[in-house]
Design a protein around this ligand. Sequence first.
Ligand code: NAP
Length: 462
Amino acid sequence: MTKMIQCISPVDGRVYAERAPLSPEAAAASVARAKAAQGAWAARPLEDRIKMVQAGVANLNADKDRIVEELAWQMGRPTRFGGEFGGLNERSNFMAGIAAEALAPMVVEDSGTFARRIEFAPHGVVFVVAPWNYPYMTAMNTIVPALIAGNSVILKHASQTLVVGDRIAEALHKAGVPEDVFQNIVLDHSGTEKLIADRSFGFVNFTGSVGGGQAIERAAAGTFTALGLELGGKDPGYVMEDADLDWAVDTLMDGAMYNAGQCCCGIERIYVNHRLFDDFVEKAVNWVNTLKLGNPFDAETTLGPMANKRFAATVRAQTEEAVAAGAKTLIERQNFPADDGGAYLMPQVLVNVDHSMRVMTEESFGPVVGIMPVKSDEEALALMNDSPYGLTASLWTQDQDRAWNIARKIDTGTVFMNRADYLDPAICWTGCKDTGRGIGLSKLGYQSVTRPRSYHFRKVKT
Ligand code: NAP
């Protein structure tokens, strides 16, 4: 019997949605339809493709009330935050706005003798494998430029956010994107890996865990499929002695706790100059104690349940291990009575931590943060780089030269100064080390969803 793919709601444990995964034959037929439809799509004028994709995003906006409610059921995000439309619109508009320039041919020579140029051709069929934590933004980061560049796109969304793929498909189809050009399909892991191993795609963009990324890379081995792998992180903040303390606390703690800490570039560890340490910790604890853990449909709730009790169990285990090894918890259980030992997890701030503890080195992806004092930039730099991951780092100082000097030595895809936990669509979203090798957003994002094709035409016999 087919094993159904289920979304278990973290709100109350109900089966919120379930779908049967496609059989290998049906999945292959989907790919064949996408391939057959792609040429006509790419032949349409760029402006038409841009208009249709933007209309699709507008349709999602028009469906906001339903989407916000569904997000709360699927992954626990409090409805008061209104979904993820700010980032979705900002990124989609930006990518639409730069498309003509980003996809324009690079003309090297157009003389009486030669035409030499590089054009950016669509890959054909692009496969998007998306995570649940920001299920609209992470998927649309690739879908938008891939469709605009003339690819067909097949989306396989996370089990936890099964309904999101349906909504994106409805919105794009209603806007005129042909049904075979954009398809949302439901697959289990082996079905996903088989399609990749069968050379179905020109480009696969996978956003998710390191283990998932490794499985995708193994599935693609030997196929020469282009891969974008946007994986996990353990992003640090470093607060220098000249930092604006209140601003740093506010931004870093929001970066640690927003979306119940389930942000790829959420702040998971903080290093503070020893002279500011006590003040920083006191303010951080006060900040966290203002959070309200509870049902995401309650207007007061600022911290919903984690998306799955399995994810909360990981954070609980990391925290308990750290405490057993000498860490100190600063948030009192009594302030968060909604913690149920399952998906509803109280936030936590840990001190007396070090890098022998998993909570300081492995991705937690939950509302917990460890804070350590440091004595120098060198010490902070060594600690920030002591990580298998490399997504972002956040520096806090008034001294830009000092920040540049440190930033250039940090092994991450992005370094922020006096901000954190934000994707700027104009600069590329990328990582290094175990965070993988994705290149999304910005002009460079268009290079991921296309391949360069060179033309060297001699016009006269010389
Ligand atoms: P995940 O478990 O790796 O799943 C991501 C997607 O891949 C889901 O659609 C999942 O399907 C699928 N998948 C996982 N393992 C697979 C396999 N072996 N074969 C085929 N498909 C597989 O990650 P997640 O829990 O959804 O997302 C959280 C992770 O994503 C965190 O590590 C976070 O840091 C990372 N993330 C990174 C970025 C970035 O920009 N770098 C952005 C967002 C999230 P199922 O759901 O059906 O298992």
